[in-house]
Design a protein around this ligand. Structure first.
Ligand code: C2E
Ligand code: CA
Ligand code: CA
Length: 273
């Protein structure tokens, strides 16, 4: 009926209004939280599969909200990306991650530290300046900081992307391709870039052994291109055993440890040594 139709319209606009208001509020809260340094990196260990030794850590950001507690990236990264707040947040993540890597380096720990870089952050012209400034800090662990980018980051003008990646690797950073196999990019295209590491997406690891042929293909791709292959989201000993048997170099996942706050990460390291 006409009445029902009108109600529906009203309901729809209200919903839209509420959703938009909630988003505006989140955006304001995010800007405030970034300003107040409420974002903290937790670190997930990465092991050498053959030896079981911890060889690295991925920094994963968490929002320590003063009233709402710990908030995971799935609840805020997309909004930061859409609004441009990722440029500030991303810079702070890089600073925090590099400062932590410097501390560990000074303490004599040999760790590769990986940090995530989003598409908008990668296309921000200020990224190179930030990376240059950080690489010139005293005791910066040259060759031990890796930037993780997804296939989406590499979509665009190939010459411009290659040039940017070259500038970044020339400063001493390594580049990993994250969530490998989930994007829509062309393989030959991806492999033109100077990638030092391929991270096999969790979705393929959780489907082992049926996804075995694909995982083996990625492992041999790594061997042939000289890129380190890391399996992500390893949750069971069965999966880890499969990866060891098929010569996957490194692994990361809950079967080893979840992302840990710095103090817990350090005690995890101490236990393993
Ligand atoms: P990602 O880069 O693919 O990170 C891996 C995600 O998988 C992390 O979720 C991690 O906690 C989770 N994970 C690790 N091991 C396991 C496992 O064994 N099982 C399962 N089910 N999950 C596992 P998290 O920390 O919630 O981060 C989600 C995504 O948010 C990240 O995916 C990344 O895309 C983004 N992100 C996180 N930190 C940052 C950051 O500092 N900057 C940017 N731009 N993005 C970030
Ligand atoms: Ca990542
Ligand atoms: Ca990933």
């Amino acid at each position: 009926s006409k009445k029902a139709g009108r109600d529906q319209v009203t309901f729809f606009t209200d919903e839209m209004g509420t959703a938009a208001k909630a988003r505006d509020l989140l955006e304001i809260e995010l800007a405030r939280g970034i300003e107040n340094d409420e974002f903290v990196l937790h670190y997930q260990p990465r092991i050498d599969v053959a030896s079981g030794q911890v060889v690295g850590a991925e920094g994963l950001v968490r929002w320590m909200h003063p009233t709402r507690g710990l908030i995971l990236p799935s609840d805020f990264i997309a909004v930061c990306e859409e609004t441009g707040l990722i440029e500030d947040l991303g810079r702070k993540v890089l600073e925090q991650g590099c400062e932590q890597a410097i501390k560990w380096h000074r303490a004599g720990l040999e760790l590769d530290v990986s940090l995530n870089v989003s598409p908008r952050q990668f296309s921000d012209p200020a990224l190179l300046e930030t990376l240059f400034r950080l690489a010139n800090l005293p005791d910066f662990p040259l060759g031990h900081i890796e930037l993780e980018v997804t296939e989406n980051v590499l979509i665009g003008d190939p010459d411009a992307i290659a040039e940017k990646l070259k500038a970044i690797t020339a400063m001493g950073y390594n580049i990993a391709i994250d969530d490998f196999g989930t994007g829509y990019s062309n393989l030959a295209y991806i492999l033109r870039f100077p990638l030092t590491c391929i991270k096999i997406d969790r979705s393929f690891i959780s489907q082992l052994p049926s996804s075995g042929p694909l995982v083996q293909l990625i492992i041999s791709l790594g061997e042939q291109t000289g890129a380190m292959v890391v399996s992500e989201g390893v949750e069971t000993h069965k999966q880890l055993d499969w990866l060891r048997k098929h010569d996957c170099a490194q692994a990361q996942g809950h079967v080893i440890a979840p992302p840990l706050q710095v103090a817990k990460f350090e005690s995890f390291l101490a236990k393993g040594r």
